[in-house]
Design a protein around this ligand. Structure first.
Ligand code: PMP
Length: 375
């Protein structure tokens, strides 16, 4: 059997990693500034992470939804503390799409409504409701089409107000990334997020913060939505939460009340996933990584703005988009094959940086030096 051919593949066999560095089977070293799409939050093979997972594997992996699992309670407590939302409630699942899917379903259960507002260039996942609120017709199969979704231009306050004025009583929820990732690293304005909060409150709709890519400290705050200083009702997370181990979650405001059987999953919140997520939070806390994301991220953004040929540098903290002229679309490949640096892309001419939150200044400088050879 061969792999289903859905991704363009470069034949590089990565066999080892440490921090922001990885090595291929020939011993060639690479700098990883993409972290498998924002998945690597505390660096490859962090010793605390490896130990916690190994210890857990040798101890217990017990599946039950009829007894309390202490490691889930511990994770909820730690996440509440670090995210500053101690009164929120945690539901654990396995991926970003599943987190968003559950958040939308929960909102609809809570107010009994169907209409969802989403935004242009959004990405929320590939399962049926998550893909329906994603602005990318290429990945929506006919079975996923959903007439209840209203797409509005990102950051357009007037358009938002108009829809709420016309059909506010029917709106179930608004779902928005604090910084759009796949859509090209676009920051939601603080004013926009505040307006969403206000309109949701006035109309009985819920504010869902998709923090799957921009959350978990990446922006220099725990949730990128925190820049607006308003709380969302549900925060969705995954990716960096497990540093490579699959886990997703939603953090739910106390105003939403559960009932038994409302949400569920077989693997969500298993011991290994919780151990991974706890190890990540412990390292983020001990090593002050949210601050590091802010410091190294701001440094990179400032330095990148000095490049004449770069059209625009967007983002916050260690979530950075570098828009290049079309004729420089080859730079991502040059960085990989000539400089041995992994980056991502949003469009061929937008380079995306989503490195580990403990990226060093030296590694940031190495990237700037390499980039200056092509830009
Ligand atoms: N939301 C956002 C903002 C994402 O970037 C992604 C993945 N790119 C998802 C949701 C879906 O996450 P997953 O692939 O874990 O389902």
């Amino acid at each position: 059997m061969k792999l289903f051919d859905v991704y363009p593949i470069n034949h590089i066999n990565i066999v080892k990693g440490k921090g922001s560095q990885v090595w291929d089977n020939n011993g060639q070293e690479y700098l990883d500034l993409y972290g498998g799409h924002a998945v690597i939050s505390i660096g490859h093979t962090h010793p605390h992470y490896v130990k916690r997972l190994k210890d857990q594997l040798g101890q217990i992996g017990f599946y039950s939804n009829s007894i309390e699992i202490p490691i889930q309670v511990e994770l909820a407590k730690k996440l509440g503390e670090i995210s500053g939302k101690e009164d929120f409630q945690l539901f654990l699942c396995n991926s970003g799409a599943e987190a968003n899917e559950n958040a939308l379903k929960l909102a609809s259960f809570a107010n009994g409504r169907k209409k969802i507002i989403a935004f242009t260039k959004s990405f929320h996942g590939r399962t049926s409701l998550a893909v329906a609120v994603t602005d990318n017709p290429k990945i929506i199969a006919p079975v996923n089409e959903n007439p209840n979704i209203i797409f509005l231009p990102f950051n357009d306050i007037e358009a938002l107000k108009n829809v709420f004025e016309d059909e506010g009583e029917e709106i179930c929820a608004v779902i928005i990334e604090g910084i759009q990732g796949v859509g090209g690293i676009r920051v939601a304005s603080e004013e926009f997020l505040k307006t969403i909060r206000m309109l949701c409150d006035e109309n009985g709709a819920y504010f869902i913060a998709d923090s799957v890519q921009c959350g978990y400290g990446r922006s220099g705050k725990f949730y990128a939505h925190d820049f607006s200083e308003v709380d969302a009702d549900i925060y969705c997370m995954a990716k960096g939460m497990g540093n490579g181990f699959p886990i997703g979650a939603i953090s739910i405001s106390p105003k939403l009340k559960p009932w038994h059987g409302m949400l569920g999953t077989t693997f969500g919140g298993n011991h290994l996933a919780c151990a991974a997520a706890l190890a990540v939070l412990e390292v983020i806390e001990q090593d002050n990584l949210i601050k590091n994301a802010e410091t190294v991220g701001n440094y990179l953004i400032t330095e990148l703005q000095k490049f004449d040929k770069i059209i625009e540098v967007r983002g916050r903290g260690l979530m950075i988009g570098i828009e290049l002229p079309e004729e420089l679309s080859h730079v991502k490949k040059d960085l990989l094959f000539k400089e041995h640096i992994f980056t991502g892309e949003a469009k061929p001419n937008v380079i995306r940086l989503l490195p580990a939150l403990n990226l060093t200044m030296a590694h940031a400088d190495r990237f700037l030096t390499s980039l200056s050879k092509f830009v």
